[in-house]
Design a protein around this ligand. Structure first.
Ligand code: URA
Length: 280
């Protein structure tokens, strides 16, 4: 029977990162590698007293084909809770109960299942993806398809279990044909994600792909350029380091050593931040 060590080595081999485990990446705290502005600032712990760099506010121009048809929300949206109800949810279960009937954007009526997110309610490591795909819509759980399998393997290669982390998405309902959620749809769901983050209080958020980086963190530069560079997001008065990396579905499409190595390095940097000795 395969030993746990061999299984771990196999996973790293499959990810194409086996040779990398002996190449520790120079560790620097998030702020030292953050945005170009942050690189000129002295290093300091990411606390509310050390505010993040100004978020780029540039609006995103959607290609015409991706612009969703105009949607008029129902006059009396069923199960679309007001902000005070969201803010008043004191547990993830309460929040889920409050929002799972949401019809605040055009995605609601088309879903099979609301994909709230899942994982450890006090996870240190939180992943944020784009939105549910077909498998997730069927099961009501995030990242359960092929991309999810790869994500699970990468989490395992970090020495963690999926249940140790929390996995959520920018939007909780499947966009038709797996298209990118529109800014309006992302905005309609953002209060839910913010409340999840407030309740979980992760030490690090890893954004998967361009959409969560743009919609949650406000970074509009291409993911290929900014992956691996620490960013920050302010949620509920707390500043949280963000590590942007490629979406696992992109890794599957672009299954090159370079892309796999990049994701592996990003995840290791996030884990190293959690494990840093001065944590506390
Ligand atoms: N892709 C995502 O962004 N999220 C999921 O939950 C599944 C696939």
């Amino acid at each position: 029977m395969e030993s746990p060590l061999q299984a771990w080595r196999d996973t790293l081999g499959e990810l194409g990162v086996m040779g990398l485990i002996r190449e520790p990446r120079a560790q620097a705290p998030p702020e030292a590698q953050a945005t170009p502005e942050a690189q000129t600032r002295p290093a300091a712990a990411p606390t509310p007293a050390n505010p993040p760099p100004a978020r780029p506010q540039a609006a995103r121009a959607l290609p015409a084909a991706a612009t969703p048809a105009a949607y008029t929300p129902p006059a009396d949206p069923v199960g679309c809770p007001p902000p005070e109800v969201i803010a008043g949810a004191t547990s993830l279960a309460d929040l889920q109960k409050a929002i799972q009937g949401c019809l605040a954007c055009p995605l609601g009526p088309g879903r099979l299942k609301f994909v709230f997110g899942e994982g450890h309610p006090k996870a240190q490591l939180m992943f944020v993806g784009e939105g549910p795909g077909r498998d997730e819509d069927l099961q009501g759980r995030p990242f359960v398809g092929k991309a999810g399998e790869l994500l699970d393997k990468m989490i395992g290669a970090l020495g963690l279990k999926r249940e140790d982390t929390y996995i959520a998405n920018v939007v909780k309902c499947r966009p038709p044909d797996n298209r990118t959620p529109s800014p309006t749809e992302a905005r309609a769901c953002m209060g839910y994600l913010h409340r999840q983050i407030e309740l979980i209080q992760p030490a690090v958020i890893v954004t998967l792909g361009a959409t969560p980086l743009r919609e949650l963190v406000g970074v509009v530069e291409g993911i290929t350029r900014v992956r691996g560079q620490w960013k920050r997001v302010q949620v509920g008065g707390r500043e949280i380091p963000v590590m942007p990396t490629f979406h696992p579905a992109y890794v599957l499409r672009q299954y090159t050593q370079e892309v796999r190595r990049a994701v592996w390095e990003d995840l290791r940097a996030a884990k190293a931040w959690i494990d840093r000795p001065d944590q506390g």
